[in-house]
Design a protein around this ligand. Structure first.
Ligand SMILES: Cc1cc2nc3c(=O)[nH]c(=O)nc-3n(C[C@H](O)[C@H](O)[C@H](O)COP(=O)(O)O)c2cc1C
Length: 191
């Protein structure tokens, strides 16, 4: 059996200029690296702009996203809440693929500058991820008042979140290791 390190794709759901959720995404990447896993950073705008092809083979940007998603053992989605929902560009990125997500764990981090920590975006994206065949982990982080949680350099300043992130990473990596083993040992597994 292979002992290759886990690879986690961290999807940051917005390309809005001056967005604050990038602080959470960068924090997640830095923490995951401390856990010894490989990390790939993904923003929809780098793969989905203007007209897109249904077939990734015909679009070099989508092909790249397909390769990243295929190589990932798990996903973390860090997304701001926009009008109670998820950014359209995030949905477009997710909709571009299917098989590459199947039976892989996904953890959610909702971000808001208000008091509800992106609770609505988390709720609204769950059926999408379920439809894509992902394994949604139970630990979910809802970051309220992101301006008070990270400083301008992206350092975590609210200690309440330390334990929440620890629990989140524990569960995500537990599922990622377990499901990666399943993929390596199941002779019927194709994706
Ligand atoms: C178009 C738009 C819609 C938004 N809608 C919501 C919302 O429904 N609920 C909420 O808590 N915050 C909402 N916000 C504020 C975000 O929570 C805030 O911008 C926060 O910093 C996360 O988004 P960001 O990563 O784009 O900065 C909205 C922001 C924008 C730009």
């Amino acid at each position: 059996m292979s002992d290759t390190p886990l690879i986690i794709a961290v999807i940051h759901g917005t390309s809005r200029e001056l967005n604050r959720s990038i602080h959470a995404a960068r924090f997640v990447m830095a923490e995951l690296k401390k856990h010894g896993v490989g990390v790939k950073f993904v923003e929809p705008a780098d793969y989905i702009i203007g007209r897109t092809e249904d077939n990734p083979e015909k679009d070099p940007r989508l092909l790249l996203w397909q390769k990243i998603a295929a190589s990932a053992d798990a996903f973390v989605i860090v997304t701001p809440e926009y009008n109670r929902g998820y950014p359209g560009e995030l949905k477009m990125l997710l909709d571009a693929l299917y098989d590459e997500y199947e039976k892989k764990p996904v953890g959610l981090i909702g971000v808001s500058n208000g008091g509800f920590g992106g609770a609505s975006v988390v709720t609204n994206i769950l059926p999408v991820l379920k439809e894509l065949g992902m394994v949604i982990i139970r630990e979910t982080i809802r970051i309220s008042k992101i301006q008070d949680v990270f400083d301008e350099e992206g350092r975590l300043k609210d200690e309440k979140y330390i334990q929440r992130f620890d629990d989140f990473f524990d569960e995500l990596l537990w599922f990622a290791s377990l499901l990666k083993k399943r993929e390596l040992t199941d002779p019927h597994e194709t994706s």
